[in-house]
Design a protein around this ligand. Structure first.
Ligand SMILES: [Cu+2]
Length: 330
């Protein structure tokens, strides 16, 4: 199987000077058998590349993609320029989610490559020239069993870790604290019911301030969520108006905040991330300022968290608890 590469400048860029030399040999000698296994020439002086050479190039491309994915891991908690893969996984759910993503990606790559090679083989082997009298076979029991059973097995390989991850992310049994998240047009409100029940709003800081203070444009907020590290945190979310979605890629969270419903998930930030801020955005089209209600979560040590809670209880209002009048017996 051969793929022609036209143009020696493109050839040089792709395969180096040696290939250009081959191209010249092709042009002067017309035909060369020198590099039949790698690059060779046809009668018109075009360079041809064998499938043996194509395969390492495909694998190199995949390796580069995986490598770029790895390079992006250096940037924790926020997107990076030219990022191809996911953000670095932080929470236990994110680590498992990342592994699941890699499993699915490789399955996809293997299936795509097999189908492509099969297609190329069929095009080559069963062309009109090479196979003038086509077979009249319409059924092949073994083949039909195989192409039913193999996809079922592939789906099983996907389903088992998928359901395991779904239930793992659903809730944590021994939560140390709860954060309540309320989506609003177009900002977030947070409540800390286990720390004195205070509440505050978290709004995006405007572009000029962000640039002047060296903060992240469209991602930094006036009051970030502060969470302690090494703590199981239950996250419950709802909305006051329309459906929003609290999405935090580094924690593998993307959960709808629905009016009249309480959705639940959880997270845990390892101690090594103390001092780190993680960024996310609303991920449900919720109106005209949908793109301007970012999420910022600052991870701190437990001591810093306790100090912050004390300060926050003074600074922010308490959640208004409805006063309940109990009917008297008289
Ligand atoms: Cu929203």
């Amino acid at each position: 199987m051969f793929v022609p590469i036209p143009g020696s400048d493109v050839t040089a860029r792709l395969f180096g000077e040696r290939a250009v030399l081959d191209a010249r040999i092709c042009l002067t000698n017309g035909y060369s058998r020198k590099r039949r296994n790698a690059l060779s020439c046809n009668a018109r002086g075009q360079i041809r590349m064998s499938i043996k050479m194509l395969f390492p190039i495909i694998m190199l491309g995949l390796a580069v993609l995986t490598g770029l994915n790895g390079a992006a891991l250096a940037n924790v908690g926020q997107p990076a320029p030219w990022q191809l893969g996911l953000q670095a996984p932080v929470s236990p759910v994110a680590v498992q989610g990342h592994e699941f993503f890699i499993l699915i990606t490789w399955l996809m790559v293997i299936i795509t490559v097999i189908v492509l090679l099969l297609l190329l083989y069929v095009l080559f082997r069963f062309s009109r020239k090479r196979n003038p009298v086509p077979s009249k076979t319409t059924h092949h029991t073994l083949l039909e069993v195989v192409w039913t059973v193999v996809p079922v097995l592939i789906l099983l390989v996907i389903a088992i870790p998928s359901f395991r991850l779904l239930y793992f992310a659903d809730r944590v049994e021994d939560a140390d604290m709860t954060l309540k998240i309320i989506g609003k047009q177009w900002y977030w409100t947070y409540e800390y019911p286990d720390n004195g029940n205070f509440t505050f709003d978290s709004l995006m800081i405007d572009e000029e301030t962000a640039v002047a203070e060296g903060k992240l444009r469209l991602l930094d907020v006036d009051n970030p969520v502060v969470l302690p590290v090494d703590t199981n945190i239950r996250l419950i979310m709802t909305s006051d108006d329309v459906i929003h979605n609290w999405a935090m890629p580094s924690m593998f969270i993307k959960l709808d905040a629905v009016p009249g419903r309480l959705n639940e998930t959880w997270t845990r930030i390892p101690g090594e991330y103390a001092g780190q801020t993680f960024y996310g955005q609303c991920s449900e089209l919720c109106g005209v300022n949908h793109a301007f209600m970012p999420i910022a979560v600052k991870a701190v040590t437990m001591e810093e968290y306790e100090a912050w809670v004390e300060e926050a209880q003074q600074k922010f209002a308490a959640v208004d608890m409805p006063s309940v009048t109990v009917a008297s017996a008289e």
